[in-house]
Design a protein around this ligand. Structure first.
Ligand SMILES: Nc1ncnc2c1ncn2[C@@H]1O[C@H](COP(=O)(O)OP(=O)(O)OP(=O)(O)O)[C@@H](O)[C@H]1O
Length: 253
C-alpha cells in the first residue's frame, strides 16, 4: 500500500489532568477528502493543532509525506505542504481581501507583486474575485470564511486542514460553499475537515473519523459511521439513543 500523506500513530495530548486526545492513530490517503467529527469538546481542534504543529504531542508520532514531523513548528509544516484554517477568522480588517490572501502567498512568493497576483488567482477559486479590493473588515461572515480558505490555499497546500469552514453560515451559504471545498479537493489537494454540519459531511467526505472524549471511536464511510451505535451514543449521551430507539419501536404499530 502507498504511504499515506498523513499518518498519526498513537498520538496523545493532555492539558493538566484532561486527556484531550488519547492514543489516536489514523491514516489519511493522498487525494482524499475526509472529515473529523464528534461532539463539542471531543478533541478535534486539539488534534488539528497536533497535526499542524501548533501543539506538541505528549506521546505518539506524526508523519507527513513519509517524514516524521512530530513537534515540528507550523511554519515548517506549511512550507512542506500542510496548512490549517482556524475556526475563528481573524483577517487584517483594514487591509484589502487581496492583501490578506497575499499573506499566505508570501510563503512561496518573495516578491510582493507576485504574491498579489497569486492572491487574485486564489480569490477566483473561492468566489472572492469581486471583493478583492474591499477591506477584509467589510466582508460578511460567509465572505470571511472564504477569505480564511483563500489565505490557506494561497500557501499552496498539499494537505488542507479545514476547521469548521461552514460554521455560522446559513443553509444557502453552506450550499454555496460545499462545491468550493469539493473543487479544491478535485484540484488535487488532500482535505481533512472538522465539521458539525452533517449534511455537508455526508455530501463531501469519502471517509469520516469520529472522536469522542479524546478517543477515536469509529471510522468509515459517512453513511456507515452515522449508523454506528457508539457514534449515536456519543452525540446523544449515554442511554438516550437506546431510549429513543425503544420509543420509536413502541410507537410502531
Ligand atoms: N489550551 C488548552 N488548555 C486547556 N484545555 C484545553 C485547551 N485546548 C482545549 N482544551 C480542552 O480540551 C478538550 C478538547 O477541546 P477541543 O477544542 O479540541 O474540542 P473540539 O472537539 O474541537 O470541540 P468543539 O467542537 O467545541 O470545537 C476540551 O475539554 C477543551 O476544554
Amino acid at each position: 500500500m502507498a504511504e499515506p500523506l498523513l499518518r498519526l500513530a498513537n498520538v496523545s495530548k493532555s492539558f493538566g489532568g484532561l486527556a484531550a486526545v488519547q492514543d489516536v492513530s489514523l491514516q489519511l490517503p493522498a487525494g482524499s477528502l475526509g472529515a473529523l467529527i464528534g461532539p463539542n469538546g471531543a478533541g478535534k481542534t486539539t488534534l488539528f493543532a497536533l497535526m499542524s504543529g501548533f501543539l506538541r504531542p505528549d506521546a505518539g508520532r506524526i508523519v507527513f509525506d513519509g517524514r516524521d514531523i512530530t513537534g515540528q513548528p507550523p511554519h515548517l509544516n506549511a512550507r512542506r505542504g500542510m496548512t490549517r484554517t482556524f475556526q475563528i477568522v481573524q483577517p487584517f480588517a483594514a487591509q484589502t481581501v487581496r492583501e490578506n490572501i497575499a499573506v499566505g502567498a508570501h510563503l512561496h512568493c518573495a516578491a510582493r507583486a507576485e504574491a498579489l497576483e497569486q492572491a487574485a488567482l486564489v480569490a477566483r477559486r473561492v468566489g472572492l474575485a469581486p471583493q478583492l479590493d474591499k477591506p477584509a473588515g467589510d466582508l460578511t461572515v460567509a465572505g470571511r470564511k472564504r477569505l480564511e480558505l483563500a489565505r490557506a490555499l494561497a500557501t499552496r497546500p498539499r494537505l488542507l486542514l479545514l476547521d469548521e469552514v461552514l460554521a455560522g453560515l446559513n443553509p444557502q451559504e453552506v450550499a454555496e460553499m460545499v462545491p468550493v471545498v469539493r473543487d479544491i479537493a478535485a484540484g488535487g489537494v488532500t482535505v481533512l475537515m472538522i465539521e458539525h454540519v452533517m449534511q455537508a459531511v455526508m455530501n463531501l467526505a469519502q471517509h469520516v473519523w469520529v472522536l469522542a472524549q479524546g478517543q477515536l471511536i469509529a471510522e468509515g464511510p459517512p453513511r456507515a459511521v452515522t449508523r454506528d451505535q457508539r457514534v449515536i451514543e456519543a452525540y446523544l449521551g449515554h442511554g438516550t439513543a437506546r431510549r429513543l430507539a425503544g420509543q420509536a419501536a413502541e410507537a410502531t404499530p
